[in-house]
Design a protein around this ligand. Sequence first.
Ligand code: UDP
Ligand code: MG
Length: 318
Amino acid sequence: MQAQPFVSIVIPAYNEAASIRHTISEIAQVLNSHCHFEILLVDDGSKDATALVAHQLVQEVDCLIYLRLSRNFGKEAAISAGLHRAKGDAVMIVDADGQHPPELLLTFMRLWQEGYETVYGVQEQRQENHLIKAAKKIYYQLMSRFSSVDIPANAGDFRLLDRKAVDSLNLITENNRYMKGLYAWVGYRSVAVPFTARKRLAGTSQFSFFKLVKLGMSGLTGFSVIPLRIASILGLLVSALAFILGIQILIEYLFHHQPVPGWPTLAVGMMFFAGIELLALGIIGEYVGNIFEEVKRRPLYLIAEEHSQHQQRQSSGQ
Ligand code: UDP
Ligand code: MG
């Protein structure tokens, strides 16, 4: 084993001007005597002063590479941009907002050196609104039942990936990028490390309830066809029910000469069927939408600028 491995730190950042300086200096301090490293700060089209602060930081920190995406492509794309550029024997992904305790990076590296190819943080006691918490719980249960791969609950992007896992992830070209699913899909020897997230250094979470729902849907439809099957089974059940009801009405009418009340039965039946049909259509629509996104084959992200001391030295011919 090398005495000093070379690792890459990927930091996705969206409107984190107030946090990146502190986050980067903390990470550098923790890693300094343990390994050689590069830090890839991926600015996901921030609208605040992130670019300004990052330019100053590049002058101060010689292992910092600053990538600015041309607009906000989302965290998953920002992470992918970092993974594509990272050169380390291992890559660690850390949030820019200071919520991920940097000391844990040393634990990640120790486990990696013991032979684990993926070391992922599992968040304990997340302070969240009850609605989001309950929805996440149900979601993870659904995923663990239905998804084609085993996605650990409460594991996020805070993790270490061995070069093999990074290369495997880089082979995946799909646009529907549910990273938690993709990490699980590539497999490799993995181990969980529990941690408690710290408070955000500044600002608020970028993930609103609706953004989470969107991400959740992309996970569900990207890793399972069960919702489609549920739609067909539901359709079948409802048809069977309608058939039985029809027979009953016929019997009442033929043998007991009892006319069944007309419009309420009709109205209820119609509303019920319309609901089921729309549900099934919606589910199919989600998958068609995914196919639509995939066939366009658009790049996952566009890089507007890349900045580092190394690059500056090269362009000035030194
Ligand atoms: N982030 C990003 N692009 C986005 C949204 C978020 O790069 O469109 C970054 C953000 O700057 C942070 C990390 O992803 O470093 C996690 O985001 P956030 O703190 O909002 O999420 P949470 O901690 O609530 O999961
Ligand atoms: Mg956060």
